[in-house]
Design a protein around this ligand. Sequence first.
Ligand code: C5P
Ligand code: ZN
Length: 474
Amino acid sequence: MSDEGSPEGLPARLLTDLKRAASALMRARSVDVITHIDADGITAGAIAAETLRRLGKTYTLTFEKKITEETVDKVNRDPSDYVWICDLGSAYMGQFTRSGIVVTDHHVPDTKWRSGQSMLDAFSASYQLNPHLYGASGSYEVSGAGMTYLLSRAIDPKNVDLAYLAVIGAIGDFQDSRESRLVGWNRVILQDAVDCGDMEVSYGIRFFGRGTRPLVQFLQYGEPAIPGLASDADACYNLLAACQVPANNPDGTRRTWCDLDPVECAMLTDELVSRARNDEDRAALLGELYTVKRYDFKTGLGDAKEFATTLNSCGRYDDADTGAKICLGDLDALKEAENNRKDHRKNISVALAFVRDNHLLRRRNYVQYFDAGSAIRETVVGIVAGMILSSSEAAPDMPIIAFAEADDGIKVSARAPKSLVDAGMDLSKLMSEAAAAVGGMGGGHNVAAGATIPVGKKEVFLDKLEELIAGLSS
Ligand code: C5P
Ligand code: ZN
């Protein structure tokens, strides 16, 4: 974190800007909220909508996959006093020609707006709250939901009870992956969630699904993969038997990691840590776990990572509304989400098998890529790319690029290994430049980014991308 503006370590300039944007929203009569469809966007939208509801404002909440020319147009023509854009918008700041805009985002911002060349700078009534403008990282220090929450808290300190949603948003964007714990401004937000009794932080095995996955699957599919256990159900059963840990409850239902007693948990943790491939894997395996205290683990909302996955399983399948309802405590929506969750699980495993069975992963000099055609939804191809990158079949030292057909062209998703990001690779810049070279548009974060390019331009796009990467290392 940069300067010591608050006792918590948030920069003074950020606090001033938050206050200004807060009083603008408090003066507005009507506010339309536009947010992204992923877990970070849904939690951001829920925080914004709930904040406005508490203020008694007239408001709407809508979801977008990305900002397009039509969205920019819609925003510019929106009749409300303010449009509050969450987890999106920063890259398009220069294209908004109306006043009355609040953006709470963490994607790489439009540089023209930052350097004061756009029309919008003339309007004091537009605000962009983005960590990049304050020297903080939008990849791992704060998310779109985090920025939205900081504004909500500036509007009314009572809104601290929404902090846990911002933590879930950050985790949905993998902001805890880098250090196996939340860092930076996320730490401040986490502290709020803990202080108001909504979250608990513990330390342990960070495999996915501690609240709902049966033990064998938890061990079998956990990342980073443990040699001898990965994808081998029998070996996982044997480990449980050797540690005298029953796989089932007395009533025959499967046990989960959260069902273990402390002795069982310690024994299995030791086994996993000692079997991990190397220190890097051990660092990823062990770390902080975030519990959402108001929900039982069995609901799939008790663990923050599982909560985020539930939201993704809604948003990425055109049902973000259900995700937002869950965030606002509507448990009937949870029943609906159960079907979404099952579909999401199935889609992801079918998609992974599709890439593997058809040997779609190809390597070029600087990138590895696969083309999913119409077999994988454009909204989940990035998740699949990320999973393949962290599996043993991918080269660990190259970014992965995935293509999928979309309504408006070819969707590109890109993910980079941490080692390359640490060495200076910025996928957001690469996607934006390579896409622009073929008449497309892209952006995102250094570690995860995307683009849409015209049909028929995949090869040229890859050529351009490799040329840009080659230029980085020379
Ligand atoms: O869709 P995917 O999960 O691959 O997106 C990765 C990141 O890149 C997201 O943060 C998304 O908002 C961003 N992105 C973007 N412009 C695009 C596509 C994705 O900024 N055209
Ligand atoms: Zn986000």
